[in-house]
Structure formats: C-alpha cells, structure tokens
Design a binder for this molecule. Sequence first.
Ligand code: ADP
Ligand code: ZN
Length: 436
Amino acid sequence: MSRKYYQEEYETMPRDKIRELQSKRLVEQFKYVYDNVEYYRNRCKEAGVTPDDIKSIDDLDKIPFTCKDDLRATYPYGLFAVPRKEVVRIHASSGTTGKQIVVGYTKGDLDIWDDCAARQLVAVGADEDDIVQDAYGYGLFTGGFGIHGGATKLGCQVIPISSGNTQRQITFMQDLKSTVLCCTPSYAAYLGETLKDMGLTPKDIYLKAGIFGAEPWTEEMRRDIEKSLGLKAYDIYGLTEVLGPGVAFECSEQAGMHVNEDHFIIETIDPKTGKRLPDGEKGELVFTALTKKAFPLMRFRTKDIGVLNVEKCKCGRTFVRMSKPMGRTDDMLIIRGVNVFPSQIEEVLLKQGYAPNYQIIVGRENNTDTFEVKVEMTPEKFSDVIAEVKAQETKLENALLTILQIKAKVILVAPKTIERSEGKAKRVIDTRKLHG
Ligand code: ADP
Ligand code: ZN
C-alpha cells in the first residue's frame, strides 16, 4: 500500500497555519533578498519599501514585482543572493530575444526541489517500488533533472533516458518494466502512437501513471494519452525562474494543481493594473519563492493566465489549486515543449537577409505539434529553380534550429504573397486549440 502524502504535515496543514507559515517566511525572505541582492534592493528603494514595511503577509502588495526583463537585465548572476561557490547547479531557459536567462540552486535549494517533485510522484501513487522513466529532456532545461531528483529522493528506480530515441523508450518500458512515465504531454502522445505502430498495446507495458507538463494540453489529449498508454495522466506545472517542475502538482482528483504553498506564495493579478485579484478570478499568476536561497524571486510575474481554487480537495491536501494555464499575456508559443517567441524567428530572418514578411503556422497532427514558417523571398533572393529554393530553405531551417533548439519546416514563397495586414500583423496562426 503506497503512502498518501510525501510530507503530510505540510501538504495537509490547515489553511490558517499555512498562512501563518507563509507570513513568517515572507518577512524573513524579503529581508534576505533585500540584504543580498543589490538590484532588487534598488528596486525596493525606488518603490520606498524597506524590510521594516513588511511585517506580515498582509503587506505582500507593497513588495515590487520581478519581471522577465529584470532577469535579462541582470544576466547572468545579478539576481543571485549567495556567493558563487554556494551555487551547485545552473539551469537556463530562453528569454524573449533568444538570450538565455540563468538560474541557480544551492544544495539546500535542490533538496527543496527534490521534495516538491517527490510530492508529485507520491500524489500519483508512486513509491520505492516504482520504476520511473524520466523522458523529459536532461540538460539546461529543468524537466529531466527536476523529476530525477524527486524520484531519487523518494527511492524509486530512475531511468534517466531523457527525451528522444522513441523506439528505445518503448523497448525499455517493456524490458525494464517502467511504471511511471514523465515527459511532455506531446511526447507522451507520440510514445502512445509509436507503441501502436510497433504492433503493441498497453497490455504489453507496465505503466500505471504519467506526469506530463511544461506545455499546455487539453482534457481531450489527457484521455487520448491515458488510453494509448494505459495509464492515469497527471499534470505538473513549473517554470525555470521559480524552480522547475514541481511548483504545482496534480493529485488523484485530476482537478487543478496544488501549489507547494510552504515554499511558494501564489497570487493572481490583473495584468494591466498589477492589482491583486480575489481567489477565483482569472488573472496573471505571480509567484514568490519563500525558501530558495540562490535565486530567490519576489513576486515574479509569470505571464501565465490562470485561476485559483481554495476549496478543500478530496485528496485531503489543503494547498490551493491552480487551474491549467489558460493562455499567456505575451506572445510566447510553446511548441513541442520548447518556448518560442516570434521575435526570435524574426531576428533570424533579418540576419539571413530576409524581410520581416513571414507567418508562423502551428498545428497539431496525431497529437504532435507541427511547426512551419512561411517566408517571403526578397526580390534579390527570388528564384524559380527548385533546387535553389530547397537549398535556401534548408539554410534557414538550420539557422532557426540553432536559435530555437527546435526544428521548423521553412516554406519560401514568392515576394508579396503573404497577406499584408492593415492593423497588427497576424504573424502566428495557431490551430491547436490548447485552452479549450
Ligand atoms: P519548463 O521547464 O517547465 O518548461 P520553462 O521555464 O521553459 O519551464 O517554461 C515555463 C512555462 O511553461 C510556464 O510559464 C508555462 O507557460 C508553461 N508550462 C509549464 N508547465 C505547464 C503546464 N503543466 N501546463 C501548461 N503550461 C505549462
Ligand atoms: Zn487534491
């Protein structure tokens, strides 16, 4: 009989006690960040806020926001709060201009991350007897290592297979008898199809649960994946800036993700005014890290839109639940789990001598994202020799791959054939209906 919670004391703490704990930790953490991060201290000084002003969680609104721009402005180490030798791990994610943002962890931070990820694993019914196939990408992306740490701490057997090599994934599922699969939902869907293509059925493998996150997915997709792989599929939310996977996790109820509130405060705000919204109203999600030491963000604006639910959950956990992200306040696309900004594509086109007349077309076929970039040839580059056009397309595809880390199909079209807009250019056509 597997256990119900990983850290019951916290996961089922009465709400007034959670608030008390958050309040105490917020006061300490604000002072810690103020004292140790010069950039943020200056921001607070501009706003006229000092640690004396933050006496409890009721003063949260007084604390200035941190935005993605702040992370880029301080690249690489400007928001770190500990000496570099205490930072034992770095992760990174792409920013709006293609520039990386870099985050870091102390040993203690990694320990907290492991706990957060372990809570997710326990919530899907995993324990020491389980074999976790970690098919999130390993590397600077937080997915692979995040789950890896939690599963190791819990005592599962981890298969650090990373993403890709799809047939081998299936072979390992059969031979090593993996019981829990962790990867992006689109990769899970692809694995489901591959299983079928290999002439196998869910009866030939041993999976019972899947932890799928890092990109938006629908309930419909959940049902498809559950059927094709013969498991129960759970959502997990995270972002590099705040921690990585494990900021919030779904439980057996599959109805919203519990935010690890002993480590993070979540708020929803009106993205236009920055004003805090009552629970239950849709708004931009904002996180404050209460316990992280190396990279401790105060009121980080995620640009994800969501809703909070404080109702008690049937699973017994008292942590607030956040909805699946319902969209973004910026134009970031998540394609096959990778963050892509139209501005990155535009930059590549301009560098390669094209005019910014292009269209990004994203769709979903057989549960896998399709990604095409239609680009007008300039009169100088124009050619009607197929081989020449093909060569230009390949060159552009390679340039895009280097920047985006994901393959796009480039289609070159004749000059002046992409429709011009009279208002805002419609650069992105996304037919995936991810938030339906
Ligand atoms: P991650 O390693 O989780 O992909 P990134 O920093 O690369 O982290 O991207 C974070 C963004 O990914 C979030 O702001 C959100 O838009 C998206 N994301 C993460 N998890 C989910 C999820 N479960 N559902 C929908 N979107 C998600
Ligand atoms: Zn629950």
